[in-house]
Design a protein around this ligand. Structure first.
Ligand code: ADP
Length: 306
C-alpha cells in the first residue's frame, strides 16, 4: 500500500538568535555571548518534524531569491521533503526572525514575513492538485489568511483532512474554523479563539466545547509539560499526559508535536497513540536547543518509546 500523503502549507524563516545577558535599551548596544543562525518558521518546522518522523510530504511555501532560500530548500530535501511547490520569489528576501534571548531565557522577537507574504491564492491555485491528491493538509497562521482559507476549502471539497495549528495566536472567522477537522492550539491560542481562559482542565474542556460547536471534530489543546487536552465532538474529553524530561529549550515543541502527530495519524494510529507518539517527539525536541536542529528522526522517537 502506498504511504498516505501529507501536504504542509506554511512559512519558512531563517532565525538569527543572539544570546545576551540583558536586552538592549533604546539607543544602547550590547555585546552578545553567542550567536546562532537556524532554520525555522512554523510551516518549515512542522514539515521537518513530519518528514523526519516518516511522512510522505509535499511543502507549499515561498522563499526569497537569496542564498539562504537556496540553502533552506537543500536542507528541506535532506529532511525528505518534496520541494517542487516551494516558490522562489523574485526580488524578495526569505522570511526572517531576529531573536534576542536574555540571561533568564526570555526572548524578544521581530519577524519580517518577506517571501511568506507572497504565498497568495494565485500561487496556491497552481498547486491545488497536491491538496486534492493528499490524505491530510497541515497549516498554521504565518501565511496570508485568504490562502489558508482557500486551501481548507479545496481540502474539504476533496475529503482531505484539515489539521490547523492556529499559531501565532489570533481570532479566526467561523468560515475557516468550520472547515477544520483537527485543531491544535496551545493555551494562549485556545483563549484567542474562544475568549475562554485555559488555566486548568475545566477551562480546557470549555474552550474545546466552544471549538466543537464551530464544527471542529477533534480538539487538542497542548498544555506544555502537562501534555494535551484531547476531545472528540460529542464525546467526553481528557488530558493525555506528556513525558517527563529535562527541558532546555521549548522552541518548536508545538511544531514538533504537530508534525509527528500527523505522521502517526496518516499511518493509521488511533488518536491516543498518535498523541503519545507526538509527545515523545516533542519531549525529545525540548531536551535540545534550537528549532529545526532539535527535531528528532523516526528512529530516535521509536527508541524513546521502547
Ligand atoms: P507551544 O510550543 O506551541 O506553546 P506547548 O508548550 O503546549 O506548545 O507544547 C507542545 C507539546 O510539546 C506538549 O503537548 C508536549 O508534548 C511537549 N512539551 C512541551 N514542553 C514540554 C516539557 N517541558 N516537557 C515535556 N514535553 C513538553
Amino acid at each position: 500500500m502506498a504511504a498516505a500523503k501529507l501536504v504542509v502549507l506554511g512559512s519558512i524563516n531563517v532565525d538569527h538568535i543572539l544570546n545576551v545577558q540583558q536586552f538592549p535599551q533604546p539607543g544602547e548596544t550590547v555585546r552578545g555571548d553567542s550567536y546562532q543562525v537556524a532554520f525555522g518558521g512554523k510551516g518549515a518546522n512542522q514539515a521537518v518534524a513530519a518528514g523526519r518522523s516518516g511522512a510522505d510530504i509535499t511543502f507549499i511555501a515561498c522563499v526569497g531569491d537569496d542564498d539562504v532560500g537556496v540553502s533552506i530548500k537543500k536542507q528541506l530535501q535532506k529532511d525528505t521533503i518534496k520541494i517542487d511547490c516551494i516558490d522562489s520569489v523574485a526580488g524578495e528576501t526569505t522570511g526572517v526572525a531576529l531573536i534576542y534571548v536574555n540571561g533568564q531565557g526570555e526572548n524578544i522577537i521581530g519577524i519580517n514575513a518577506g517571501a511568506n507574504g507572497h504565498l497568495s491564492t494565485e500561487r496556491l491555485a497552481a498547486y491545488q492538485q497536491k491538496i486534492i491528491d493528499a490524505d491530510a493538509l497541515l497549516m498554521q497562521l504565518e501565511s496570508p489568511i485568504e490562502t489558508v482559507q482557500m486551501a481548507a476549502e479545496i481540502a474539504r471539497k476533496h475529503q482531505t483532512q484539515v489539521i490547523l495549528n492556529p499559531a501565532p495566536a489570533q481570532a479566526l472567522p467561523d468560515s475557516l474554523l468550520s472547515l477544520v477537522d483537527v485543531i491544535t492550539p496551545n493555551e494562549t491560542e485556545a483563549e484567542h479563539l474562544t475568549g475562554i481562559a485555559v488555566n486548568d482542565e475545566e477551562g480546557a474542556q470549555k474552550a474545546a466545547q466552544a471549538l466543537h460547536q464551530k464544527g471542529i471534530n477533534k480538539v487538542m489543546i497542548t498544555l506544555g509539560a502537562r501534555g494535551v487536552w484531547y476531545s472528540e465532538s460529542g464525546k467526553q474529553g481528557k488530558i493525555i499526559p506528556g513525558f517527563k524530561v529535562k527541558a532546555v529549550d521549548t522552541i518548536a515543541a508545538g511544531d514538533t508535536f504537530n508534525g509527528a502527530y500527523v505522521t502517526a495519524l496518516l499511518e493509521g494510529q488511533s488518536d491516543e497513540d498518535a498523541i503519545v507518539f507526538a509527545h515523545a517527539a516533542a519531549a525529545i525536541a525540548v531536551t535540545r536547543p534550537g528549532a529545526q536542529p532539535s527535531v528528532p528522526w523516526r528512529n530516535e522517537i521509536d527508541q524513546f518509546l521502547l
